[in-house]
Design a protein around this ligand. Structure first.
Ligand code: SAM
Ligand code: SF4
Length: 327
């Protein structure tokens, strides 16, 4: 079992399989993209499979594949197939922009992968395409509805962006009226590849809640797991639920159970911090599996208690992009 220096069990791995993406969401990266990693520096499929096996043997029982856009990796299904054979791995999920997932939906279903997070920051096509800087709305919406109606456990991630999509909050919430889906509103974080810097946000989780409550007086608060990052609610009469994720306010850090590994092997013990070490280099060296394990244990053993503590290293300026970190 992986236990950090604050006595928290670390059982959840967010594994980025690529830093590439076919969209250019303006809150995630600049229009021209970021300085993407050289292909050789990305994990190979064999390495991704090996690393996940090692981490599951260490007590990781939940893995979310992320990126970049995970499905831009043509060999992604190999990893899903491998993960589905790992004993002890209870929960396999993916976060996707849903542009190119279509051809893989049947196999995901047959592998028993049920939990899919879809990023969708507008119901209005024009707003969506302005934010993502690409014309992909129709296919995203089609895939989203297909995933929901085919019985996947879908969570829609919506970043509330001041001046860009606030008027989309209620339309996206409408999805919960008709479908058993969870729509989660996230605070914007300053990880956009350095194109924009900020120290405060207007649309924090309390403001988002007040805005929604102003339109729906009958909201019930739901019970959430202690490691959950979202505060969850149900609007009376709606089939689905909604959640608020204080990703900028960071009210959930105390119970953090996550480890992040980037597509180039950086081991990230906190979103708001710098990588602890590079595990790809260790795997590519002469080191044994035992050494990989001991480096992971050391990284987990040096975590900050909260993102605010971790952030001190940055002196307030972030220039990395979520496409490298994985969200
Ligand atoms: N490409 C996939 C997608 O968009 O779902 C997976 C990778 S993306 C980096 C993972 C998550 O990070 C998405 O839900 C995205 O909305 C979120 N994200 C990206 N940049 C963000 C930012 N600056 N603030 C908050 N969330 C962000
Ligand atoms: Fe791509 Fe996801 Fe970043 Fe959008 S949020 S640019 S879809 S990695």
């Amino acid at each position: 079992m992986l236990i950090d220096n604050h006595n928290r069990v670390i059982n959840y791995l967010r594994l980025a399989v690529t830093d590439r993406c076919n969209l250019r969401c303006n809150y995630c990266m600049p229009a021209e993209g970021i300085d993407f990693a050289k292909r050789d520096n990305l994990f190979t499929m064999e390495e991704l499979c090996e690393l996940s096996s090692i981490l599951v043997s260490q007590g990781i029982d939940k893995i979310r594949l992320t990126g970049g856009e995970p499905f831009v990796r043509k060999d992604l299904m190999t990893l899903f197939r491998h993960l589905s054979t790992l004993e002890g791995l209870k929960d396999i999920s993916v976060t996707t922009n849903a542009t190119i997932i279509g051809p893989y939906i049947d196999e995901l279903k047959s592998l028993g992968i049920k939990d899919i997070n879809v990023s969708l920051d507008a119901i209005n096509k024009e707003v969506f395409e302005r934010i993502t800087r690409r014309k992909q709305y129709d296919i995203v919406y089609e895939n989203l509805i297909r995933l929901i109606t085919e019985g996947f456990n879908v969570r829609v991630n919506f970043i509330v962006l001041d001046g860009q999509n606030v008027e989309e909050i209620l339309p996206v919430l409408e999805l919960t009226k008709y479908y058993d889906v969870s729509v989660r509103f996230l605070e914007e974080m300053p990880f956009n590849g350095g194109s924009k810097n900020f120290n405060t946000i207007k649309w924090d989780y309390k403001t988002i809640y007040e805005y929604i409550a102003g339109h729906f007086p009958e909201i019930e608060k739901l019970k959430s797991h202690k490691t959950s990052t979202s505060i969850n609610y149900k609007i009376k009469g709606h089939k689905g639920t909604f959640g608020l994720i204080p990703s900028f306010s960071r009210t959930f850090c105390g119970n953090c159970n996550r480890l992040r590994i980037s597509a180039t092997g950086d081991v990230i013990t906190c979103l708001y911090g710098k990588p602890r070490m590079n595990i790809r280099d260790i795997m590519r060296g002469e080191n044994s599996e035992e050494e990989v394990k001991s480096h992971i244990i050391a990284a987990v053993g040096s975590r900050s208690k909260t993102g605010f503590e971790e952030q001190q290293q940055y002196k307030g300026v972030f220039n990395n992009s979520m496409t490298s970190i994985g969200g």
